[in-house]
Design a protein around this ligand. Structure first.
Ligand code: SF4
Length: 465
């Protein structure tokens, strides 16, 4: 972000540029349509209302007793032979990682998909230490080759068309320009196999961490996470402190609900339950497992009387898929790791409200996100919560504030309101063929409705007298 440019203006300009990229809108809309259809079917196969109540209650219970469950998880992990590192900030997390890398002289990392590692900037940090890092999820691998961040918390490359990928693979691996998706996947698999075998450090996130058994649960479809966490001699899992569930048996319900909300699958193709390093006599597994427990603003969010509910998120992506804004823009336009509705309600706490602007306003408040969320996060309410705070902090536009103050004053004075209405009915929407300045952007794409010649109250009176 250049000096002197506000975060809001920077984001708005970036969003405008990115939404103009050819093909992004079509690719994102098509991919999210597919996910929405599958989620609808998957929810209809179960008593999804009851499951969602259960998931909301379990996560709310953990979050309101987080100190207890964190201590329990710490003890359970240690009993399993896992080394636990506590990180209050992103810098703390990276320092812990650096210590592990330096002490063991690790040189090559293979990484399963993890949004927390994106949030922390793990790849850039490792590269700065001279460690070669390779993303192992196919979508992540593709965006890594392009030097882009993921565009979606579940589908990192959904903004790309098949033709985009065919061009990229042709340039990188010499596959035919009309190579089938299977052929492209085969080319990537050959490269990644070598990377798996050469890596001495495996990195993952965690979908859930069971406090009672210290089990790290990971869901995936490609098998890359399983290889990343079992082949290299050292495995480091980055775990947000909100990922806890009380009991291992809770994981079974959460895994199914997450995949139903995400891709519409009853369960992911692979679910790994990691219980510590390789034990004597076991044929595979890492020699060391480290868990870096990350706060990085989460306790700040937890301390907010309303916004804390956002911490129930299981990162399924359903709210992105259904959001009419995200479906048009894709994730890059949001200018931050977590895009879509969930990103807009956690950014103010994790980044700071000013840095997060105008994300809480990047929504139509249609409520579709809350309808599909598997853990019943009241996303529209939380968007309004952050908007109120932004107004109180003077972070919204002066024009908007003046307009709303004028409207409030008029609405409280009947005569003024009637006079204002009469003036707006009289005022033409276009002056000399040009849109009124305040409506300029809106009217580039639309035809303004013609105002009624009579006021609502006069029509109402006629109707009832
Ligand atoms: S807010 Fe709800 S719908 Fe959105 S990613 Fe999180 S769990 Fe899924």
């Amino acid at each position: 972000m250049s000096g002197g440019t506000s975060p809001g203006r920077y984001r708005a300009e970036a969003a405008r540029t990115l939404t103009e990229r050819p093909g992004v809108r079509a690719a994102v809309t098509s991919a999210t349509d597919h996910s929405n259809t599958n989620r609808g079917r998957a929810y209809s196969e179960i008593d999804s209302e009851r499951w969602r109540d259960w998931a909301r209650d379990v996560k709310s219970h953990v979050l309101t007793h987080l100190d207890h469950y964190l201590e329990q998880a710490d003890a359970s992990l240690a009993a399993n032979g896992v080394r636990v590192h506590w990180a209050e900030t992103a810098a703390d997390a990276l320092t812990a990682l650096r210590g592990i890398v330096r002490e063991r002289d690790l040189k090559r990392a293979i990484k399963g998909k993890s949004m927390l590692t994106e949030e922390l900037g793990v790849n850039a940090h490792l590269e700065g230490l001279g460690v070669h890092v390779r993303e192992a999820d196919l979508g992540e691998y593709i965006v890594q080759m392009l030097g882009q961040p993921p565009t979606h918390i579940v589908g990192p490359a959904i903004h790309l068309s098949v033709a985009d990928c065919q061009r990229l693979f042709h340039e990188r691996f010499g596959t035919p320009l009309d190579g089938s998706p299977d052929l492209l996947a085969k080319a990537a698999r050959e490269v990644l196999r070598r990377e798996f075998l050469a890596a001495d450090l495996g990195i993952s996130g965690a979908n859930f961490l069971a406090a009672d058994t210290g089990t790290i649960a990971l869901i995936e479809n490609e098998g890359n996470i399983r290889l990343s966490t079992s082949l290299p001699r050292v495995h480091v899992a980055f775990v947000g402190i909100e990922k806890l569930v009380p009991r291992l048996e809770d994981v079974a319900g959460f895994v199914q609900l997450t995949t139903r909300g995400s891709t519409g699958q009853p369960i992911g193709n692979y679910v790994s339950l990691i219980q510590g390093p390789r034990r004597p006599g076991e044929p595979d597994g890492p020699e060391e497992v480290h868990v870096i427990m990350v706060d990085n603003g989460r306790t700040h969010l937890l301390a907010d009387d309303e916004a804390w509910e956002a911490l129930r998120c299981v990162r399924c992506g359903a709210c992105l898929n259904i959001c009419p804004v995200y479906r048009q823009t894709g994730g890059h336009a949001y200018g931050w790791t977590y895009s879509g509705p969930i990103g807009a309600i956690i950014a103010p706490a994790l980044l700071g409200l000013e840095q997060a602007m105008p994300l809480p306003f990047a929504s139509t408040l249609c409520g579709a996100c809350a309808d599909v969320c598997p853990v019943r996060i009241p996303i529209p309410d939380l968007l309004l919560h952050w908007r109120e705070q932004a107004v109180d902090a003077g972070l919204t536009s002066t024009t908007e504030a003046v307009g709303l103050t004028a409207y409030t004053t008029a609405a409280e004075h009947r005569g003024l309101f009637a006079a204002g209405g009469a003036m707006l009915r009289w005022l033409p929407w276009r002056l000399g063929g040009r849109a009124l300045p305040i409506l300029g952007g809106w009217m580039q794409e639309r035809t303004a409705p013609q105002p009624s010649r009579r006021s609502f109250s006069s029509l109402w009176k006629d109707g009832i007298e």
